[in-house]
Design a protein around this ligand. Structure first.
Ligand SMILES: [Zn+2]
Length: 120
């Protein structure tokens, strides 16, 4: 058995000091400390924080995110639309939580992860 018990490569998403981090795509998800690129699942304050360089979120959440974050560098994607970030295909899918809330789908080299946006 190698370093990783269930596969031959590191997990696509890992928890770091700043929050969840996708090393392959070099972005964070709902980070709690300032980072360069933050993918945001929804506009609640424990997910969408100020202080990041760039934001990416689902388009329907734009009004709420603008209200919370102000005039930040915020790019949005319609639900289901895919974006390639350094070889990681990301897309947002409705989470039915608050307006514009999303689950985040990540695909990299045949591996698919879903980040629900729910904190347990
Ligand atoms: Zn929430």
């Amino acid at each position: 058995m190698g370093t990783y018990p269930f596969q031959d490569r590191p997990p696509l998403v890992a928890v770091t000091r700043e929050g969840m981090y996708c090393a392959a795509g070099d972005f964070h998800i709902d980070p709690w400390r300032p980072v360069e690129r933050a993918l945001i699942t929804h506009a609640h304050g424990d997910h969408a924080r100020t202080g990041h360089q760039r934001y990416l979120a689902a388009e329907p959440g734009l009004p709420l995110l603008r209200k919370r974050l102000g005039d930040v560098a915020l790019q949005t994607l319609p639900y289901g639309e895919r974006l390639d970030i350094h070889g990681v295909t990301v897309s947002f899918h409705s989470a039915g939580h608050v307006l514009g809330s999303a689950q985040l789908r990540l695909e990299h080299r045949g591996e698919v992860w879903v980040v629900s946006g729910v904190r347990l």
